[in-house]
Design a protein around this ligand. Structure first.
Ligand SMILES: [Zn+2]
Length: 264
């Protein structure tokens, strides 16, 4: 028998004739055909809300405060289908392990307090070499992940934890986006993907205030962690550690003024 898709509004407008423990049997009459559908009202409603094409948002999550805040924003303020991706970034800074440990605690917290999402990981190893700008690596990998979205599953935007910086990094960001687009190449399915920066207006101070304290404590900021018997401790000296100290009010005005390397 040829199966036919019956528009959902017909299903919903038909009369339920038997209900048992949230399951509803519905009689459908549609263009001289009829059938019976067993459905729960919840799944029927969910199906109605979901568009035919699934549009996805890819969120790049490092495990630091900024990217976690961007993800929280998306979880709280949108109904997007979220695909969260974490990159094990192996470089001279050796922070991949510390970030991984953070991620393992952040994910269950987010799923418990907000909602579920798709999650994947990949690795980028430049251990013995120089340290390329993080965002370049993230955007390149984002472009590789983006290629799985075609057909019914469309990628609509890429989200990063980009915040308001203390110095101008517009050119770097432009280059990062160029890398994403070059990585996607001529793929038609990735045309029209937008780079969304939901917390682009926030300073480091704002991000600190925005995150719930418990979640904030799970994030990892230090770029050069020190490991003692497998446990990571922040170095207290790198740019990220300094920014965190500033935000927490642990630096005097003089110390803030004397530090020349502020970027965030
Ligand atoms: Zn540090």
């Amino acid at each position: 028998m040829r199966r036919e898709r019956i528009p959902l509004y017909n299903v919903l407008s038909s009369t339920p004739f038997l209900s048992f423990k949230n399951l509803t049997l519905q009689l459908i009459i549609h263009e001289r055909r009829f059938g019976i559908i067993v459905d729960s009202p919840r799944t029927a409603r969910r199906r109605l809300r979901r568009p035919k094409e699934k549009e996805w948002t890819l969120v790049m999550l490092s495990g630091g405060m900024d990217s976690v805040a961007a993800l929280v924003w998306m979880l709280e303020n949108t109904e997007d289908f979220l695909h969260v991706h974490h990159v094990h970034l192996q470089n001279r800074e050796n922070r991949a392990t510390a970030e991984q440990q953070a991620i393992e605690q952040i994910l269950p917290y987010l799923r418990e307090h907000y909602r579920d999402f798709k999650y994947t990981e990949s690795s980028w190893d430049m251990n013995a070499n120089h340290t390329p700008y993080d965002l370049f690596v993230y955007m390149f990998i984002a472009s590789m992940v983006a290629q799985r979205y075609r057909g019914r599953h469309k990628l609509r935007r890429v989200v990063t934890g980009s915040i308001q910086m203390r110095r101008n990094i517009d050119l770097r960001r432009k280059r990062a986006w160029d890398i994403f687009q070059a990585g996607c190449g001529w793929l038609q399915s990735t045309k029209g993907v937008e780079w969304h920066k939901p917390i682009g207006h926030m300073t480091k101070e704002d991000v600190y205030e925005y995150l719930p304290e418990k979640l904030r404590d799970l994030t990892w900021s230090c770029r050069k962690p020190i490991y003692t018997s497998g446990e990571a401790k922040p170095c207290g000296k790198c740019i990220s550690c300094m920014a965190l100290k500033r935000v927490r009010g642990e630096l005097t005005e003089a110390q803030i003024k004397a530090y020349r390397r502020w970027s965030e």
